[in-house]
Design a protein around this ligand. Structure first.
Ligand SMILES: NC(=O)c1ccc[n+]([C@@H]2O[C@H](COP(=O)([O-])OP(=O)(O)OC[C@H]3O[C@@H](n4cnc5c(N)ncnc54)[C@H](OP(=O)(O)O)[C@@H]3O)[C@@H](O)[C@H]2O)c1
Length: 325
């Protein structure tokens, strides 16, 4: 495993982390039995040197936090893990932030949350009302680092002003299928010792090569993801072909190559979710892949040429499928 070297955190931050939205969340469709596999995924992740484990109070309405917390009760695991969770920002004024942080720590069974993130920017309640709650949690020792998620660069900087100290990370959608953070968030993180945490780093499996227009994943989350529309696969043909070719050069999978593309950039951590221990093992191994600069450049060029359909197109397609059932 590789770790970020230039970021001031109490624990080492692995460049591949573990996303746990899948845990206890009906919308991924992995079934009730998945909780046992989820626990094995956490334990194996730590064995492989993954320290960053990301969850949220919103995932499965707390179920993901509970599954992660239960897994971390195994002896010796907790201290190796940098536990990251998120507040769902419904009315995130300071006292609410403090109460919800305590509730998350309770579900996780931890005395200290290593990274507490605001899941989404609230359009009405500004960070001047939210960050004092985060500061109180830090002062009380319940939270080590504060992060945000889905924030623009301007709002990230404003959150730092309101907190009065660094907001260590911004967790955003970032992959070969969604490259916006490349231009502003990554340079900021690299120059300021901050972290960009890439969510959906595999485009929810779109970049794995496992799916195509005739073989789409069937579950609630991905039915609503425009990446899995036929026109998306058509537009991504050059990108997916290049991904396959570069993967072949290294004798690895397309998913691993998509992760290696992210890690080629400074101060980026990728947090892929996994539906099995085997996937988790392959994702962890991606940390060791070094892409050549020309491979990175070609993948970036192909990714810039890809046009992802609008989310409303996925909504329309999903409705049409229901009507024709
Ligand atoms: N902050 C936010 O707003 C936000 C939003 C979304 C996600 N997140 C976080 O980011 C994490 C990751 O994002 P995500 O789960 O949406 O998408 P992702 O990591 O891009 O995709 C995960 C899915 O890809 C497939 N997969 C994983 N590893 C694979 C491998 N090695 N080979 C082939 N397929 C593989 C699995 O699905 P199948 O096996 O079923 O194909 C898995 O469920 C989440 O778990 C969550 O913690 C945060």
């Amino acid at each position: 495993m590789r770790y970020l070297e230039n970021v001031p955190s109490e624990k080492p931050l692995s460049r591949i982390g573990l996303g746990t939205w899948q845990f206890g969340s009906k919308e991924w469709g992995y079934g009730d039995d998945f909780a046992a596999e989820a626990a094995r995924i956490v334990v194996r992740a730590v064995e492989l040197g993954i320290s960053v484990v990301d969850t949220a109070e919103a995932y499965g309405f707390g179920a993901s936090e509970r599954i992660v917390g239960d897994a971390l009760r195994e002896e010796g695991l907790r201290e190796k893990v940098y536990v990251a969770t998120k507040i769902f920002p419904f009315f995130p004024i300071a006292p609410v932030v403090v109460n919800r942080g305590k509730a998350s720590a309770g579900r996780l069974g931890v005395e200290r949350i290593d990274l507490y993130q605001v899941h989404q920017p609230n359009p009405l309640i500004k960070d001047g009302q939210t960050m004092p709650g985060m500061r109180q949690l830090q002062d009380e020792g319940l939270v080590a680092d504060v992060g945000v998620s889905n924030y623009s660069l301007a709002r990230w900087k404003d959150a730092e002003r309101q907190l009065g100290s660094p907001v260590l990370s911004n967790q955003v959608e970032f992959s070969l299928a969604h490259m916006d953070p490349l231009d502003d968030l990554v340079p900021y993180a690299a120059s300021q010792h901050r972290v960009v945490i890439a969510w959906s780093p595999l485009g929810q499996g779109f970049l794995s090569g496992r799916y195509d227009a005739d073989n789409r994943p069937a579950n609630g989350v991905r039915n609503m993801n425009p990446l899995f529309l036929p026109e998306s696969f058509e537009s991504a043909r050059g990108l997916l072909d290049t991904l396959r070719e570069v993967a072949g050069n290294h004798g690895v999978t397309m998913s691993q190559t998509a992760l290696a593309w992210l890690l080629h950039q400074p101060n980026v951590i990728a947090i892929p979710g996994a539906s099995s221990v085997e996937q988790l093992e392959r994702n962890a191994a991606a940390a060791e892949i070094d892409l050549a600069d020309d491979e990175f450049a070609e993948l970036t060029t192909q990714a810039r040429a890809f046009h992802r359909p609008a989310r409303t197109d996925a909504l329309k397609a999903s409705l049409a499928r229901r009507l024709h059932r």
